[in-house]
Design a protein around this ligand. Structure first.
Ligand SMILES: Nc1ncnc2c1ncn2[C@@H]1O[C@H](COP(=O)(O)OP(=O)(O)O)[C@@H](O)[C@H]1O
Ligand SMILES: [Mg+2]
Length: 425
C-alpha cells in the first residue's frame, strides 16, 4: 500500500492504539529458552504485536521532536521508513490464519524492514547536522535531542535484536551467523561467548585502521580474573551477543589507540593498551586502560553527547572507508549497547596520564533484561519542560551539563519512567 496523506491519518490512529501498550522486555535467558524450543508460529504471534508496539512507542516520540528538526529532509526520510515498516507489520496482525505461506512472507518482510532501516543511525545524525547548519540550537533543544537519540537508538537496537532472532532461527540464515562456532549460536546469542577472542578480533580490526592512519599502533595486553577456582584455567565466557560486545570494544580500541598515538612522540616506545577481564557473581567487567594522556575533567560531561568529537570530521569523499574517529557516535552508541542488557559503560580519566573505560555486563543471563524506552505522559512532558537555571555560583555553563547528567543517572531516564519500567520487567 502506498502512503498517501489520507492513509497517513488512518495509520496515525492505529499508531495511537499500539503506543498505549508497553513493550515487553525479554532477558537473554528468555531469548535462549525460546530459541532452544524454537516455534516459528509462537515467534510470529509474539512479534506481530510486539514489533508494532515497540515501533509505535518510539514513533510517538519522534512526533514530539522540535518542529525544525522534523522538517529536515533526513528526518522526514527516517520517519517515512518507520511509517512504512509499521504499516507492513500490522498487516500481519489482521491475519486469522497462520499458514506456512504467511510465515514465509513474514520472514521476508522482516528482512526487508531490516534492510530499509540499515542507515537509520547515519541518516538521523545527518538530520541533526542539517538542523545545526540551518538553525541556532539552544540548550533546551540540545538536551531534548540528546534525550531522544538515546531512546531512539536504544529502541532500534531492540527491534533489530527481535528481527535478527526470528530471521536467524527461522529464515534459514543460520549459515550466515557470525563467529567461528556458528552451530552453537542461538540466533545471534552465543551461550559460550569467549570474551578474549572478541577482544582480539576488535583489537586487530582497530589496529588495522590505526596502522593505516599513523603507520604504527600500540600492543595489547590482556589480564583475566575470576572468582571461582574451577574456571581458572580457561578463558572467561559469558552468555551474550558477540556482535554487541564487538561493537563496544572496537569503538573503545579506536579511541584508546588514537589517544596513545596522538600523545606519544616517540613511536618505538608506545605504551600498550591493557584490557582486564573480571568475572564476579553479578557482573562481568572489561576495563580498557590506555596511557594516551587522558581527558580534562571539564570535558567529561561531553563524552557521551552525540557528535561530540575532538577528531576532524571525516570528509564526505572518504564515505566508503571506515575512519578511526570523527563522528562522535562511538561512545554514546556503545553505552546503549552496554545498557541494553542492563550493563553499563563508564569512562574514568586522569588528564596527563590516560583513560580507563569499563564495560559492565550482567553475569547471569536471567538478569540481563532488555532496557527499553516507554512512551507515556512523563515522556511527553520531558520534551516540553524548560531546563532549570543553575542555582550554584560561578558555574553557569558546566553546571547545566552536570544537571543533565544527574537527571540522566540510572539509564538516563526520569524517575517515574524507571518506575513504570521496572514494573514492566
Ligand atoms: N581513551 C580516550 N582517551 C582520550 N580521549 C578520548 C578517549 N576516548 C574518547 N575520547 C574523547 O572522546 C571523544 C568522543 O569519542 P567518540 O564518541 O568515540 O567519538 P570519536 O571517536 O568519533 O571522536 C573523542 O573525540 C575524544 O576526544
Ligand atoms: Mg571513537
Amino acid at each position: 500500500m502506498k502512503l498517501t496523506p489520507k492513509n497517513y491519518q488512518s495509520v496515525a490512529k492505529i499508531l495511537d492504539f499500539y503506543s498505549q501498550f508497553n513493550p515487553s522486555p525479554l532477558s537473554i535467558k528468555k531469548f535462549i529458552d525460546f530459541g532452544l524450543n524454537a516455534c516459528e508460529r509462537k515467534s510470529f504471534i509474539f512479534l506481530r504485536k510486539e514489533l508494532p508496539v515497540r515501533l509505535a512507542n518510539i514513533m510517538k516520540e519522534i512526533a514530539l521532536l522540535p518542529e525544525n528538526l522534523l522538517r529536515m529532509p533526513s528526518v522526514i526520510a527516517v520517519n517515512d521508513w518507520y511509517m512504512r515498516s509499521f504499516q507492513e507489520i500490522i498487516e500481519f496482525e489482521k491475519m486469522d490464519e497462520v499458514s506456512p505461506t504467511n510465515l514465509l512472507h513474514f520472514c521476508d518482510s522482516l528482512v526487508k524492514i531490516r534492510n530499509r532501516h540499515s542507515d537509520v543511525v547515519e541518516t538521523m545524525a545527518q538530520g541533526v547536522l542539517e538542523l545545526k547548519e540551518s538553525h541556532d540550537i539552544d540548550h533546551q533543544m540540545e538536551h531534548s535531542i540528546q534525550y531522544f537519540l538515546d531512546r531512539f537508538y536504544m529502541s532500534r537496537i531492540s527491534i533489530r535484536m527481535l528481527i535478527n532472532q526470528h530471521t536467524l532461527l527461522f529464515g534459514g540464515q543460520l549459515e550466515r551467523a557470525p563467529g567461528p562456532n556458528q552451530s552453537k549460536y542461538i540466533g545471534c546469542i552465543d551461550p559460550q561467548c569467549n570474551i578474549v577472542s572478541v577482544i582480539k578480533d576488535a583489537y586487530e580490526n582497530a589496529r588495522f585502521l590505526c596502522d593505516q592512519y599513523y603507520l604504527a599502533s600500540p600492543e595489547l595486553v590482556i589480564n583475566q580474573f575470576r572468582l571461582t577456582e574451577l574456571e581458572r584455567e580457561s578463558d572467561i565466557r559469558i552468555v551474550y551477543v558477540p556482535s554487541h560486545l564487538y561493537h563496544m570494544l572496537f569503538e573503545l580500541f579506536k579511541n584508546a589507540m588514537r589517544a596513545v598515538m596522538e600523545s606519544n612522540g616517540s613511536l618505538d616506545q608506545l605504551p600498550p593498551i591493557t584490557v582486564t577481564i573480571s568475572k564476579g557473581k553479578e557482573d562481568v567487567c572489561l576495563k580498557m586502560s590506555d596511557r594516551g594522556g587522558g581527558i580534562p575533567r571539564s570535558l567529561h560531561d561531553q563524552l557521551f553527547k552525540y557528535m561530540y568529537s575532538t577528531a576532524p570530521q571525516p570528509s564526505k569523499s572518504d564515505a566508503h572507508t571506515v575512519p578511526l574517529a570523527g563522528y562522535g557516535y562511538g561512545l554514546p552508541i556503545s553505552r546503549l549497547y552496554a545498557r541494553y542488557f542492563h550493563g553499563d559503560l563508564v569512562i574514568m580519566s586522569c588528564e596527563g596520564y590516560g583513560t580507563d573505560a569499563v564495560i559492565y555486563m550482567k553475569a547471569l543471563s536471567n538478569e540481563a533484561n532488555e532496557l527499553l524506552p516507554i512512551f507515556n505522559k512523563t515522556t511527553s512532558k520531558f520534551y516540553r519542560t524548560v531546563m532549570p537555571t543553575g542555582d550554584w555560583s560561578n558555574q553557569a555553563t558546566t553546571l547545566n551539563s552536570r544537571q543533565i547528567s544527574m537527571h540522566y543517572k540510572k539509564h538516563q531516564l526520569p524517575h517515574s519512567v524507571q518506575e513504570s519500567m521496572s514494573e514492566a520487567i
